[in-house]
Design a protein around this ligand. Structure first.
Ligand code: CA
Length: 228
């Protein structure tokens, strides 16, 4: 059973989220402040974290940075909850590298859909759990990525994006297709999320980051792997 940690000080909201996630088949852990949230994340290593930004003790951004910095939790997907439709908040959250975000008030159903989309396993047919592309190696079962046999810390979302592009190398991928495949839906704000993720992905790939090409007005494309 996959486990979701909810870090939210408003008990009513935390309970509502918990109820809906449990009904969808998830095991739920809760923390009501930032410090407990960070500790619980590191101790329990949940499959996903729903993180409110306005928290007593330590705010959501600090919790997020801590989680991403710690090797034990750096790959756990995070959905941020923002208090209002504040553009500033959204952009900060996305730039920070959150996997997704929701603005309050949100429907618990919508949250469950987004959790499902992020935790959906990459399709790995039996016997084909590893995929190699030039210096890249994807372990689909463990959701682990290696570059020249060295593990690279990709988040689950970055892993899915890169795998999707590599498996379709040479062909340009439409932004909306990428959004729907990875996030389960597409809209304007999430279009920004896509760009932020691509930027981080390129940084993590170092000199191989240039393999991911931006196709102006369309989306992205991964070219053929370099001959090494
Ligand atoms: Ca709050």
């Amino acid at each position: 059973m996959q486990r979701v940690l909810i870090v939210e000080d408003e008990v009513d909201i935390a309970d509502l989220i918990m109820f809906n996630l449990q009904r969808a088949g998830y095991e739920v852990l809760k923390a009501h402040d930032g410090i407990t949230g960070t500790e619980t994340a590191i101790r329990e290593r949940p499959d996903l974290i729903v993180l409110d930004l306005m928290l007593p003790g330590r705010d959501g951004y600090s919790v997020f940075r801590e989680i991403r910095r710690d090797a034990r939790t750096s790959r756990i997907p995070v959905i941020m909850l923002t208090a209002r439709a504040q553009t500033e908040d959204r952009i900060q959250g996305l730039e920070a590298g959150a996997d997704d975000y929701l603005t309050k008030p949100f429907s618990p159903k919508e949250l469950v859909l987004r959790v499902n989309a992020i935790l959906k396993r990459t399709d790995a047919p039996p016997g084909a759990v590893e995929y190699e592309f030039g210096p890249f190696r994807f372990d689909k079962n463990a959701v682990r990525f290696y570059l020249d046999n060295e593990p690279v810390d990709l988040t689950a979302t970055e892993f899915k994006l890169l795998l999707f592009l590599c498996e379709r190398s040479g062909k340009q991928q439409d932004r909306n297709d990428l959004l729907r495949t990875v996030w389960g839906y597409s809209d304007e704000v999430h279009s920004r999320t896509l760009d932020t993720h691509m930027k981080r992905l390129r940084q993590k790939l170092g000199s191989h980051g240039a393999l991911i090409e931006t196709v102006r007005g369309v989306g992205y494309r991964v070219t053929s792997p370099p001959v090494t």
